[in-house]
Ligand binder design. Structure first.
Ligand code: SAM
Length: 212
């Protein structure tokens, strides 16, 4: 007997076959809300690496990319950041608002590939954890350019993605599509510069910080 393919992979394949890099996310969150699927990246708590890194926000502005069900955004808000958190999936944004009804976080439906113009150079902290790698490589350069554009002068961008260098890429089937070191470093564009680039989790992921 063969094990049924998880819903996220079935939905991703159908969406990508139509040339739509992000439509499957909302379908997956909707199916999960009905109890028909699992969202593999939801943990019900903040990312442990971000929790280990977090500094006091003191009212400065933070942007959480691909905010899913809101745990990382709430972590930053609890540390004094004025947080905007966005996701392309309306169902995820609605779920985050429902989970944290008294939250100070501004949860927004938006697409990293077509962000609001007023976000340019507007955030003192930008957090990108395993979202860009979830879109096919053809969208990577545009997504990275958009990400870099959010960072305000003197701010910090955190970028964490699966590290290609330690994966068996010959047999890899995305999503996700891991990053090379050069792709992580490419966030350093348009005045943004690399501050640190480390591997974490036994080399499985990159953890990079940038400033402008
Ligand atoms: C693999 S999940 C990671 C979620 C979260 N960052 C985490 O670390 O658990 C990718 C998330 O990014 C969102 N996403 C994918 N493409 C996006 C885009 N172009 N713009 C905004 N959000 C996007 C998805 O809906 C999903 O919630």
């Amino acid at each position: 007997m063969t094990t049924p393919e998880p819903a996220d992979r079935v939905l991703a394949r159908a969406s990508l076959a139509e040339g739509d890099p992000t439509g499957w996310f909302d379908r997956l969150y909707t199916a999960a809300a009905r109890g028909e699927a699992e969202v593999p990246w939801t943990r019900g708590r903040p990312n442990a690496d971000l929790a280990a890194w977090v500094r006091p926000g003191e009212g400065r502005r933070a942007l959480v990319v691909g905010s899913a069900l809101g745990d990382d955004a709430e972590l930053l808000a609890a540390h004094g950041w004025a947080v905007t958190a966005f996701d392309v999936a309306p169902t995820a944004v609605a779920a985050a608002r429902d989970r944290f009804p008294r939250s100070d976080v501004d949860y927004v439906v938006a697409d990293l590939l077509h962000p609001p113009g007023e976000w340019r150079h507007a955030f003192d902290l930008v957090v990108e954890i395993i979202n860009i790698q979830a879109m096919p490589r053809g969208f990577r350069a545009a997504a990275v350019k958009s990400l870099a554009s959010f960072l305000a002068p003197g701010g910090t961008a955190i970028v964490s993605e699966v590290a290609e260098e330690n994966m068996d890429m010959a047999h890899w089937q995305g999503p996700p599509w891991p990053f090379s070191r050069a792709e992580i470093e490419s966030v350093a564009q348009d005045g943004v510069r690399l501050v640190s680039l480390d591997t974490i989790h036994d080399g499985a992921r990159y953890w990079a910080t940038f400033t402008r």
